[in-house]
Design a protein around this ligand. Structure first.
Ligand SMILES: *[C@@H]1O[C@H](CO)[C@@H](O)[C@H](O)[C@H]1NC(C)=O
Ligand SMILES: *[C@@H]1O[C@H](CO)[C@@H](O)[C@H](O)[C@H]1NC(C)=O
Length: 156
């Protein structure tokens, strides 16, 4: 898409809004839950890509959480629904797109289909970024990715 410019994009996960803001040093992903129910996003880094700040967490309706990823990062995001995690032990599972970890953090486990996926590879150096919403593992939520790109300090 673009090189040598600060750039950004945003991604809606289903009724979850995901935003990605890409700069020269890092990509900034913002996930926003546009559903009227709680969603528990899961994040799985590709092999060789570092874990982001979380691998799974609760996102209340209307709320957002941002993550930074270094150039070259690849991975996927999805949304789990109908989760029930015990307030004391943290143990539980989700009705859709569960990762089988038995807790909110997925810890390197992916979604059990059906799960709508948002897949990203952030370019490094002059490489391009690639992303898509994929139904290869089925569908459990509507999802949209929105991109924004900046050149220098201006907006395009
Ligand atoms: C990432 O984007 C969010 C949403 O615009 C913003 O609030 C946050 O400050 C950004 N984080 C960084 C490190 O740029
Ligand atoms: C667990 O915490 C949630 C959110 O604080 C609360 O709504 C719910 O009632 C709690 N459940 C139990 C069994 O305490």
């Amino acid at each position: 898409m673009n090189r040598n410019v600060a750039s950004s994009s945003s991604l809606y996960l289903g009724l979850i809004l995901f935003a990605i803001f890409r700069g020269i040093l890092a990509a900034n992903f913002t996930l926003t839950n546009r559903c009227d129910y709680t969603v528990w996003p899961g994040i799985l880094s590709g092999s060789g890509s570092p874990r982001l700040d979380s691998t799974g967490f609760e996102l209340a309706p209307g709320s957002s959480r941002s993550f930074q990823a270094q150039p070259g990062w690849s991975g996927r995001f999805w949304g789990r629904t109908g989760c029930n995690f015990d307030n004391n032990s943290g143990k539980g599972s989700c009705a859709t797109a569960d990762c089988g970890s038995g807790q909110a953090e997925c810890n390197g486990a992916g979604a059990i289909p059906p799960a709508t996926l948002a897949e990203f590879t952030i370019g490094s150096g002059t490489q391009l970024d690639f992303y898509d919403v994929s139904l290869v593992d089925g569908y459990n939520l509507p999802m949209i990715i929105r991109s924004r790109w900046w050149v220098g300090h201006g907006h395009v």
